[in-house]
Design a protein around this ligand. Sequence first.
Ligand SMILES: [Zn+2]
Length: 252
Amino acid sequence: MSEVAIPILMYHSLDDSGSVVSVSPDFFAQQMQRLAERGWRGITLKEAGEIHEAKGHWPEKSVVITFDDGFANVHSQGAAVLKSLGFTATVFLVTGHIDGSNDWASPPPSLGKLPMLSWSQVDQLHGDGHELAPHTVSHPSLLELSEDEVARELLVSCDELSHRFGDKPKSFAYPFGSYNPSIEAATQKKFLYVCTTILRRAQHEPLHALPRVDMYYIRSLDMFDKLIDGTLDSYLTMRRWARKFKSTLTTS
Ligand SMILES: [Zn+2]
């Protein structure tokens, strides 16, 4: 059994607000630079997944870069950095908000209302080799929807990208990381590679339940190095339990 673990990095917005979904553009660029200096590659989930399926293990010295939601700043602040290093990323789009804003719910207070990618920016990202994949149409918590509504969120977002780019998306990420066994069965039927927000590096998990590292928790380049080396795993386990404990306290 392969021991190669792969960090799947989860970013949302590249901005200086300090919100819970933000990483500053400068820090993002430093992280990408650090990967390149150390001989690591940033790749899409699709590429990593295809290598995993062909070889039975994750590619070595690689990280998967993912952006959830499709903020316009991924294009304005992230794309040039990725291009200069020859990296590619997976962008999970809320398809009903392309050319719109992050108004599917109240945004984190310090973030406020931000523009999402336009279709022409989405096309440019696709042209640069990035993977564009669905993150539903309207960013609901899928747990609050009926089975039919879940099916519609998956179908419509998937079809919109299929028609635009000519091939069926292979990857998907759950809004808020929320799912249950029946939602998992529905996504598994449509997608090969499905991301959760479980906080650890990916190793032996099934490809339809992949953990990711929320980059909000990575506060310094030193922590970033440790994440890449795998020496941060015990810290991530602690954060995971702390987060679970916090959610049991706050769930009413
Ligand atoms: Zn999201």
